[in-house]
Structures are given as C-alpha cells and as structure tokens.
Design a protein around this ligand. Structure first.
Ligand SMILES: C[S@@+](CC[C@H](N)C(=O)[O-])C[C@H]1O[C@@H](n2cnc3c(N)ncnc32)[C@H](O)[C@@H]1O
Length: 279
C-alpha cells in the first residue's frame, strides 16, 4: 500500500468521528514515519513497509475509537510553541490562546511576576515565558504527573524564566505577590451533556462543582492576597459563565471588571484589576 492509498482509506474511516479527518490521517502518518507534511505530499507513491503499516493501523484504530489525535501522537501546538501532551491533563485548546493574547496585551512591569494556576501541560505559562523572556512566570498544578509534564515542556523549550511546582491553587505561593494571575481552571458542570465527548481527558482538569463555578470562585476569592497593587486576574470560563465570573470578581474587590469574546463570538475570558479604581 502506498502513502497516498493509506491516507485515503484512513480519511474515510476517520470521517465518522472527525470533521478534520484528512488532517488527522496526515498527522498519524507524519508521526509514524517521523516526517513532515510536505514530505508526505511529495512521496505519495512510496510503498509503506509492513512494520509501518501495522503500526499505522493500530494508531488508526485508536483514533477511530475517538481517542484525541493529540494523545496518540503525544504533542500538540499552542500559540507559537509545541507541547508534549499526556492523558493526566487537558489538551491545550485554541480557545485558551485568547487568555495568552490578553495577558500579552496588558501593560505590566518589564520584569513582571506572573502566576498560572492549573498549568496542565504548561501551555499558558510557557507561551508567556517564551514570548516575554524578562517575565518571571510561576506555574502550579495539583496533579503531580501534570507538574512533571509541564517541567519537561519547560526544559525542551529552554524556558528558564518559568518555575513549575505542585500546588493546590495558591498553597505553594504563600506570601508571594504577582503582577498578573491567569488561570484556565476546571469549569464544566458535573452533568454537562458535552462531558461524554471528553471521556479521554481527566475529570480533574474539566469538572467543577456549583454549576462549574466552584474553582473560579475559589480563585477569585483568594487571588487578591497574591496580587500586587494594580495587579490583574484573568480567567477562562464557559461560554455562559461570564456574568457569574464578573460578579465573583466584583465581589472579591476587583475593578475594571470586563470580559472578552472568542472568535466564535462567545464571552470566554473575564478579568479585573486590583486597587486601580476606574482612574
Ligand atoms: C482546564 S485544565 C487547564 C490546563 C492548562 N492550563 C490549559 O489551559 O491547557 C485545568 C488544570 O487545573 C488543574 N487543577 C485542578 N484543580 C486544581 C487545584 N486545586 N490546584 C491546582 N491545579 C488544579 C488540573 O490538574 C488541570 O491541569
């Protein structure tokens, strides 16, 4: 079987589970052969060796069971970096790039201290650390396998300005103050009908009590003690949670409380500034 023939039949099989079946098939092929997409385009008539064909069909079987391609190939792009991913935490989503864009647009001190709560792969923290080499970024997660994963990503990206620690929200940063706190915490309701479609990702990364608001509330309430004057807190949340999160921020004493829409037109991040009033 040639590369082009395998791609064609894999695309057909994946079309039942993926809207991006052809792209997914190509990612599997590139992963197995350890080649670039352009190589695949230029070598469609090459014949696949038997070991590669067998391995590819095993990868395809997993993908047809709806296992995310990112977990199968073990890495995924986010912002302008590539991250190792693993089933101990969330696969970074393009939606979360809105939080990175917002953080990079803030006018913060040149050597800003930044905290990323629930860092997972390290996606937000490492995107910020790599794009602002003078910032000192601290990233925490309560899952030890996620801390190890984020540390591997930091090492591979040579992000020496990012420190990653195990922590239950703020427990490991007692006494510290930051110019910016960001978080994409779990915010899905326990009985959300979309949860079965996310069955490969851990509940610890997805679900929060109190209509998905429990962790967002904890962070809003505790953040002021860890923010410098005029420090910002920005949070990702569900498409229908902006009003609740704005209320949580206002109740916690934040000013300039505001939300931003994603490219789909949904209010997906909210933030506020501490002790700045509306000057
Ligand atoms: C939605 S995922 C976000 C991962 C990553 N920041 C991203 O945007 O791709 C939430 C993360 O919060 C972590 N987490 C959940 N509860 C936590 C807690 N109490 N303290 C610290 N991290 C927590 C989970 O392990 C998971 O990695």
């Amino acid at each position: 079987m040639t590369l082009a023939e395998w791609l064609q039949q894999a695309t057909r099989q994946l079309s039942g589970v993926s809207a991006l079946a052809a792209d997914d098939a190509r990612l599997l092929l590139c992963h197995q052969l350890n080649v670039s997409v352009s190589y695949v385009y230029g070598h469609g008539d090459d014949t696949l060796g038997e070991p590669d064909l067998q391995a590819l069909n095993q990868l395809l079987h997993r993908a047809v069971q709806d296992e995310p391609i990112a977990y199968i190939i073990g890495h995924w792009p986010f912002w302008n970096i590539e991250l190792e991913v693993a089933s101990c935490t969330l696969i970074p989503r393009p939606d979360t790039e809105l939080l990175v864009e917002q953080a990079l647009s803030l006018s913060l001190p040149e050597h800003a201290k930044v905290l990323d709560l629930g860092t997972g792969t390290g996606a937000i923290a490492l995107a910020l650390a790599c794009n602002r080499p003078l910032w000192q970024v601290t990233a925490v997660d309560k899952i030890s396998a996620a801390v190890a994963l984020a540390r591997r990503n930091a090492t591979r990206l040579a992000a020496s300005n990012c420190t990653i620690s195990p922590s239950d929200w703020f427990s490991a940063v007692t006494g510290q103050q930051f110019d910016l706190i960001v978080s994409n915490p779990p915010y899905i309701e326990p009985d959300d009908p979309h949860l079965p479609a996310l069955k490969y990702e851990p509940v610890s990364a997805l679900v929060a009590a109190e209509r998905g608001l429990a962790d967002l509330a904890t962070i809003c309430q505790q953040a002021p003690a860890y923010l410098a004057t005029k420090g910002w807190l920005w949070l990702e949340h569900g498409y229908n949670q902006a009003e609740d999160v704005q209320q949580l921020l206002t109740t916690a004493g934040f000013n300039k409380v505001q939300s931003r829409k994603d490219y789909g037109g949904n209010w997906r991040i909210s933030g506020g500034c501490l002790n700045s009033h509306n000057e």
